[in-house]
Design a protein around this ligand. Structure first.
Ligand code: ACO
Ligand code: LMR
Length: 620
């Protein structure tokens, strides 16, 4: 159950308190993942508002960035400057700078200019030592707290998490960081901090706050700085610390123990004892992790700490045991009342992460079985675009793959090429071309003029391919004689699709039809339906010269013969019922309509207005 956030304002913070459940931060540099991890922590900790107030992105534009806050989405503003962010969000007193080692010091200096910013976290590794020493001196003078550089940050359990501290949200909940415990922890190493949080969660009632000060030689704040904060904080009942070979920070802790500045039980271990196994001094991962003198060795420090009263294990192996024993002793002494377990709310998984991990599956919104652009090469069906050209399959081949999902034999792909060629245009007088021309002359663009022409395609003009294929194949399959077919259509009062032409006739044959007919008769595997249609044409032209098999008819009917040669009948008939064939006329005639558009533009033709004398005004 989410606990109510305190109403404390930053200024209400005690001087030992850096973070609470109300704390909000600026993220310096566009760090989407780190920001989302902080918001996931916020949700798990039951915070009512996000711990990130804004992102400062000096190299980018201002915007609103979407993030998840639990299952909901929230918008986080992005500003170009820290000053503008501070002007807009006066309650923010923490800045987490992800600036690189080149500009980390600069980002700290910008923060120094903003009084409300009290805690500055520098994540970058490799910040020049001289720059850090100047930054640390200035921060001290201004009373600001620096955490870092070269750190992952830290966490106030159940209240505020810096950046990527603690790793995944699953680990954070596993380490009970979503709710407050009794242990104050500080180390140099971010990685060892996460390990320590885990050890603390398993051997005590959990972490209260953990800080990784970073492994550089001149950290902005020291192990002792944070241990003294915990010493003052009544919520912290025991201290745990991990020191490191190299440097002398740990002797400040020795002195604090000796002078009773630290009185709370302190379990502490200095890592790097293995260095004695090497003949020469060893430089460990952190810049500061190298003993330049005997006193800087891990063994010397552990011995000094033990002598001063710290609880020092014999090795890292029994570090957990010491923590456990110390915690239970404090519970027995009633110094600690173990914090209750708090069930963390379920954090929804990011869909993309869950999908790539195979944890969830979702039905695709779209299905495509004809092409795939995801790989190295565009695929038409199973053929790569380079193969398309290597095998020279032509437009007909590409159409056969993309429309009919297989590369048809060359006689068929050649036929498709011919269909596109013969339907490409039939002069400016046909209805579709007329509309395209009128639209072009009205100043419309190419696509609008093309569409204007295409909208004329229908049962009387260019849109009879499917009708012809359906009517003729239906009659043929029902074994109607051509005469029975013609009579039945007459009785229904329905024009036979694919028959008739406004200007072509048996005395003025359509060469396009002849070209197609001759090719089909020569190359097709069967011409059963064409032969049937030619018998029908004999009957219709005996009635009227212009009732010829027209270009729509010849193409639609021959395509039935083609489909029934290359597919099983059910599949062929499905394409006929689907209405695929009118697409051939649309494809072809688009070439001509666009030609007419370009022609009109080239001719700079003005607005077309139909002449009055060509309109019969029959007003009553
Ligand atoms: N089937 C049967 N009878 C027809 C057909 C036909 N396809 N077409 C015309 N007729 C008859 C009409 O019923 C009418 O008979 P009626 O005088 O006894 O009433 C007579 O012929 C004249 O009809 P109209 O529509 O005036 O003839 P028109 O020459 O204008 O028709 C058209 C041309 C529109 C193409 C017509 O033949 C038709 O609708 N055909 C079917 C659709 C078709 O195939 N369109 C594609 C044309 S090609 C292309 O666009 C690329
Ligand atoms: C065409 O292809 O547009 C024609 O067959 C129709 C026509 O009227 O010429």
């Amino acid at each position: 159950m989410a606990r109510k956030a305190t109403t404390k304002k930053p200024s209400d913070k005690k001087n030992y308190e850096l973070f609470n459940r109300n704390t909000q931060a600026f993220i310096y540099n566009m760090q989407v993942n780190a920001t989302q991890r902080m918001l996931d922590f916020d949700y798990a900790a039951g915070r009512e508002k996000t711990s990130v107030a804004a992102i400062v992105n000096p190299t980018g534009g201002e915007s609103l960035q979407k993030f998840f806050f639990g299952p909901k989405e929230v918008l986080i503003p992005v500003y170009k400057s820290l000053k503008k962010a501070a002007d807009k969000h006066k309650n923010v007193d923490v800045m987490i700078s992800f600036a690189s080692f080149r500009s980390a010091a600069q980002s700290a200096r910008e923060a120094f200019e903003i009084p409300q910013l009290r805690t500055i976290v520098l994540i970058a590794e490799g910040v020049p030592e001289r720059q850090m020493r100047l930054i640390n001196a200035q921060a001290k003078k201004l009373g600001k707290v620096i955490i870092g550089p070269a750190t992952v940050g830290g966490v106030k359990a159940g209240a505020f998490k810096i950046g990527n501290t603690g790793g995944t949200i699953e680990n954070i909940i596993e380490s009970k960081l979503h709710r407050s415990g009794s242990v104050g922890f500080v180390s140099k190493s971010g990685g060892l901090s996460n390990e320590a949080y885990n050890i603390i969660s398993r051997n005590t009632d959990g972490l209260y706050e953990g800080i990784a000060i970073g492994g550089d030689r001149y950290p902005g704040s020291t192990l002792l700085d944070h241990l003294l904060r915990y010493e003052q904080d009544p919520n912290v009942k025991m201290l745990v610390c991990l020191g490191e070979v190299g440097g002398t920070d740990e002797y400040e802790v020795v002195e604090a123990l000796e002078t009773k500045k630290i009185t709370k039980p302190l379990v502490m271990w200095v890592t790097g004892t293995c260095s004695k196994a090497f003949k020469t001094e060893v430089q460990f991962g952190h810049a500061g992790a190298k003993a330049d003198a005997e006193t800087e060795t891990a063994d010397a420090k552990n011995a000094a700490l033990k002598k001063a009263g710290a609880i020092v294990p014999n090795s890292f192996d029994d570090y957990a045991e010491k923590i456990d024993k110390t915690f239970n002793k404090l519970v027995k002494q009633k110094v600690i009342t173990p914090a209750p377990e708090v069930e963390a709310p379920a954090i929804p998984l990011d869909l993309n992460k869950a999908l790539s991990a195979g944890i969830v599956r979702k039905p695709a919104s779209f299905i495509s079985t004809i092409s795939d652009d995801r790989g190295e090469e565009l695929m038409y069906g199973h053929m790569s675009i380079s193969e398309v050209f290597k095998k020279d399959i032509g437009v007909g081949g590409v159409l056969s793959i993309l429309w009919f999902k297989k590369l048809l034999p060359s006689y068929a792909t050649k036929f498709i090429d011919m269909v596109i060629m013969v339907t490409a245009d039939h002069g400016p007088a046909v209805s579709g071309a007329h509309n395209t021309i009128v639209a072009a002359r009205a100043g419309k663009d190419l696509i609008s003029s093309l569409v204007s022409g295409l909208l004329c395609i229908g049962p009387r003009f260019g849109g009879a391919l499917d009708g012809a294929a359906q009517q003729f194949s239906d009659a043929f399959d029902k074994e109607l004689t051509p005469q029975e077919f013609v009579n039945s259509m007459k009785q229904k009062g329905v024009n036979i699709q694919g028959i008739g032409h406004r200007i072509k006739s048996i005395h003025n044959p359509d060469m396009r039809v002849i070209i197609i007919k001759n090719y089909v008769k020569k190359h097709f595997k069967t011409t059963a339906l064409l032969d049937y249609a030619l018998e029908v044409e004999k009957l219709t032209t005996s009635k009227r010269d212009n009732l010829i098999l027209n270009v729509d008819g010849i193409i639609g009917i021959c395509f039935v013969d083609l489909l029934r040669s290359e597919f099983i009948k059910e599949e062929a008939d499905e394409y006929i019922q689907m209405g695929a064939l009118n697409g051939l006329f649309v494809l072809g005639r688009s070439i001509g309509f666009m030609g007419h558009y370009l022609d009109q533009k080239r001719l700079k033709q003005g607005l077309y207005r139909h002449p009055w004398d060509d309109i019969a005004y029959l007003m009553e």
